[in-house]
Design a protein around this ligand. Structure first.
Ligand code: PLP
Length: 468
């Protein structure tokens, strides 16, 4: 293996830094030109290896110019953040060390223990030793939490879902709102629960779970001989940033012995915004919480986290240690790979540790306050304008609204606006459907976004609509 020349590594670092420094001056996003797309996707594997310097030049000229856009301060689409500089800085070090963080006595697994504890402490979730693990994202964290809930319900009923599978047992039923993330449905499908057993609980006018309706649905399912086992609340939905009434959901869960899962992938950190804590009351009562460091914190993609009140329950759902992996020195907690489906696990803790250490608690609070403030400011601008309409209250850092320059044809208009705005390159916004209407939504995660950028966004929407 050829040595890595420090000048090549330094050149890569310079390219990365120049990319980040120049982002603000370039379009937020632009389509990949046909020739470049053909090169990116159609190239042949070279017969003979190419020198590192050449690869860097390709990356600089043919990869970095076509970003998704999320590094730019006027990117407001979906829930995608710019990378925290500390996270970027340590990525080559994680690759150089290149451990598998399945477990063992090396830096990676030890650092992961600290990072998971920090995340739990930040959002006020209980943290017993071993109470969580880093994942590829919240989708995988959700699979882990729901598989754990499924096995706990089976064991409570005197059988073992891992051993027997689900057939011949009363169907297990789970409850989410229509605003719940698709990853909850995917996990239920993957775990063999079946979409038909995922009940969609209605929401109130603020897109929060109607807990009275939840209670009625659980009671009906019990009467029908089904096995309600889990309710999933949201701490920050993607559509509008809504936070479900977690404390009331926890009451229903406690009454009926349901596993209480909270999807805080995007929004759990919103609890740190000034005055926000009452919205999150009850989060600390959940059995499990999914939280994505690669969302609001800006840890480079991908890093999610599953937090568990009873880590032993996850171990009961996943631990399967073949003879070639038995580690006599693993200690009481064993290996991370006993708590989820992944065996070889990347060193996600380093970039998360670096990001959290660099921000500190006060830095995270500043970021959350800045971005939630932007969402409220945009909401106020929308309400003061004569031609926009606010579609949901702002609880986190997402503003859901629509353009209303005339009384009708608004669904088609708002459905078409994001594509035109994106193509203009001055701002990036995405759409959704909310309460049966086509909506625009802006999500704020970038520390450098300013109020001036909000005015640009509204103007870009007006200009885009003129062409439609
Ligand atoms: C992003 C997100 C998810 C899915 O997480 P991934 O990290 O994309 O796997 C789930 N729920 C919410 C609210 C999200 O924002």
């Amino acid at each position: 293996m050829a040595d890595l020349d420090p000048t090549d590594l330094a050149a890569a670092a310079r390219i990365a830094a120049e990319h980040l420094a120049g982002l603000g001056e370039r379009p937020v996003w632009r389509p990949v030109p046909e020739a470049e797309r053909a090169w990116l996707s159609g190239q042949e594997l070279p017969e003979r290896g190419r020198p590192l310097g050449e690869l860097l030049e390709d990356a600089r000229t043919r990869v970095l110019p076509y970003p998704m856009g999320n590094g730019h301060p006027r990117f407001f689409g979906w829930v995608n953040s710019p990378p925290n500089p500390a996270g970027v800085l340590v990525e080559p070090l994680a690759a150089a060390l290149n451990p598998s963080c399945a477990g063992g006595d090396h830096a990676g697994p030890h650092l992961e223990r600290a990072v998971v504890r920090w995340l739990a402490e930040l959002v006020g979730f209980p943290h017993p030793p071993g109470g969580g693990l880093l994942t590829s994202g919240a989708s995988m964290a959700t699979v882990i939490c729901l598989a754990t809930a499924r096995q706990r319900a089976a064991l409570a009923d005197g059988w073992d879902a891992r051993e027997e599978g689900l057939s011949g047992r009363p169907p297990m039923v789970m409850y989410v709102t229509e605003e719940g993330h698709s990853c909850l449905h995917k996990a239920a499908q993957l775990l063999g629960l079946g979409s038909r057993q995922v009940r969609v609980v209605p929401v109130d006018g603020a897109y929060r779970m109607d807990v009275g309706a939840l209670r009625v649905m659980v009671e009906e399912d019990l009467r029908a001989g089904l096995r309600p086992f889990c309710v999933a609340g949201s701490a920050g939905t993607v559509n509008s940033g809504a936070v479900d009434p977690l404390d009331e959901i926890a009451d229903v869960a406690a009454e009926h012995g349901l596993w209480f899962h909270v999807d805080g992938a995007y929004g759990a950190l919103g609890v740190l915004a000034d005055g926000a804590a009452p919205h999150y009351a009850g989060l600390e009562r959940a059995d499990s919480l999914a939280l994505d460091p690669h969302k609001w914190l800006g840890v480079p993609v991908g890093c999610g986290c599953a937090l568990l009140r009873d880590p032993g329950a996850a171990r009961a759902a996943f631990s399967l240690v073949p003879s070639y992996l038995i580690d006599e020195n693993a200690g009481d907690l064993g290996w991370f790979s006993e708590y989820g489906p992944e065996q070889t696990r990347p060193f996600r803790a380093l970039k998360t540790w670096a990001t959290l250490s660099h921000l500190g608690r006060s830095g995270v609070e500043r970021l959350v306050n800045h971005t939630t403030g932007l969402a409220r400011t945009l909401a106020a601008m929308v309400e003061e304008s004569g031609d926009f309409e606010l579609l949901a209250p702002v609880t986190t850092s997402i503003t859901a609204f629509r353009y209303r320059p005339r009384p009708d044809g608004l669904d088609a208009l708002n459905r078409a606006i994001p594509g035109v705005v994106q193509a203009r390159g001055n701002a990036f916004i995405t759409g959704t459907r909310l309460g049966g209407r086509d909506a625009l939504r802006a999500c704020f995660l970038h520390p450098d976004t300013t109020e001036r950028d909000l005015a640009v966004l509204l103007e870009e929407i007006r200009l885009a609509a003129k062409t439609l």
